[in-house]
Design a protein around this ligand. Structure first.
Ligand code: PEP
Ligand code: MN
Length: 345
């Protein structure tokens, strides 16, 4: 349920209501609005009596049940967009962030080359998989911990925060020791033990939509992370399975405005896995941003043809630079901006 405090309530009133929420065994989520404070009280189905109990408190203006099955992810609980920040910039609330890099970390040289050029062309985050969830057990599975060390070196040299995939709950501590953002991939988007472990890691989480998941199911998966007290979640539309075979997946562009009408969390587009072919990646990236996406995660490789995974869809440097120049040209027309590094304190 959502508890709306009376206008002008101070910290003492907020604290007393939060204490009461906790006393009845609920979790409290405070959201300061311009004129009012909202307290989300999260627990098992509040009874009419409990709602009345909170309505009767002197600091409380009104109590309304949250209608959606996801609570912490809902726009009802946090009407303002969530903005996530790193040293290189932010995503959400009009700030657009680009994460780019190879599908998989294959060598120090390959990763450093990509890291330096994605930064040069305006990306604010480096992507690269060290643990790869492959459809075939005989395909390249990633470099594992050695790959994580390479990513850490790339961060040291470029200052770019790193997003990399974690594929099992047992690996979360290891990956979180190296990564700034834990990626949970499409094939694991309903691995609830993994979502919970990622929620406990204290790292931001980039959660891809499963290829046959509804948007409500995606939000329920995000809720598993948020329910661990970790509010730093990015949702990613990366294409869904349809009957169309010319693209690898069908980018569901409508997911962006729909999600934005339901949640405060940043929504990104992954045009690479949707397209499956490099020629179409830029068009899908621009479409996603035009639809309102707060960021992109894009695959680019110094020598895409030699890539050990997803060779057909990775942009080369020139194609990535071209995509970035189009992104920079488009964003002002949309009233948003490519994020910049935060001013040094
Ligand atoms: C990836 O980002 O390389 C990846 C495996 O993506 P997805 O989980 O969306 O297929
Ligand atoms: Mn990939």
């Amino acid at each position: 349920m959502l508890i709306i405090l009376k206008r002008g309530s101070g910290p003492q009133e907020v604290e007393s209501v939060v204490a009461e929420v906790r006393r009845v065994g609920y979790r409290a989520h405070v959201s300061e609005g311009e004129h009012t404070t909202l307290i989300g009280a999260i627990g098992k189905g509040p009874t009419p009596e409990l709602i009345e109990h909170f309505r009767a408190l002197s600091a409380v203006q009104d109590v309304i049940p949250i209608s959606k099955p996801y609570k912490l992810a809902s726009l009802e609980i946090s009407p303002k967009p969530t903005v996530l920040r790193w040293d290189t910039g932010a995503t959400g609330g009009g700030e657009v962030m680009i994460a780019a890099g190879p599908c998989g970390v294959e060598s120090l040289e390959q990763t450093l080359t990509a890291a330096h050029y994605v930064k040069k062309h305006g990306a604010q985050m480096l992507r690269g998989g060290a643990f790869k969830p492959r459809t075939s057990p005989y395909s390249f599975q990633g470099m594992g911990q050695e790959g994580l060390e390479i990513l850490a070196e790339a961060r040291r040299q470029t200052g770019l925060p790193v997003v990399t995939e974690v594929v099992s709950p047992e690996q979360v501590d290891l990956v979180a020791a190296y990564a700034d953002v834990l990626q949970i991939g499409a094939r694991n988007a309903q691995n609830f033990a993994l979502l919970q472990a990622a929620g406990q890691s204290g790292r931001a989480v980039l959660l891809k939509r499963g290829m046959s998941m509804t948007l409500e199911e995606l939000l329920m998966s995000a809720e598993y992370i948020l329910a661990q007290g970790n509010m730093r979640v990015i949702l990613v539309e990366r294409g869904i399975r349809t009957f169309e075979k010319s693209t690898r997946f069908t980018l569901d562009v409508s997911a962006v405005p729909v999600l934005k009408s339901l949640t405060h969390l940043p929504v990104w587009i992954d045009p690479s896995h949707a397209a499956g072919k490099r020629d179409w990646v830029t068009a899908l990236a621009l479409a996603g941003l035009a639809a309102g996406a707060d960021g992109l995660i894009v695959e680019t490789h110094p020598d895409p043809e030699k890539a050990q995974s997803d060779a057909a869809q990775q942009l080369n440097e020139a194609q990535f630079a071209d995509m970035m120049s189009r992104v920079k040209a488009l964003l002002p027309a949309l009233g948003r901006r490519l994020t910049r590094a935060l001013e040094p304190a």
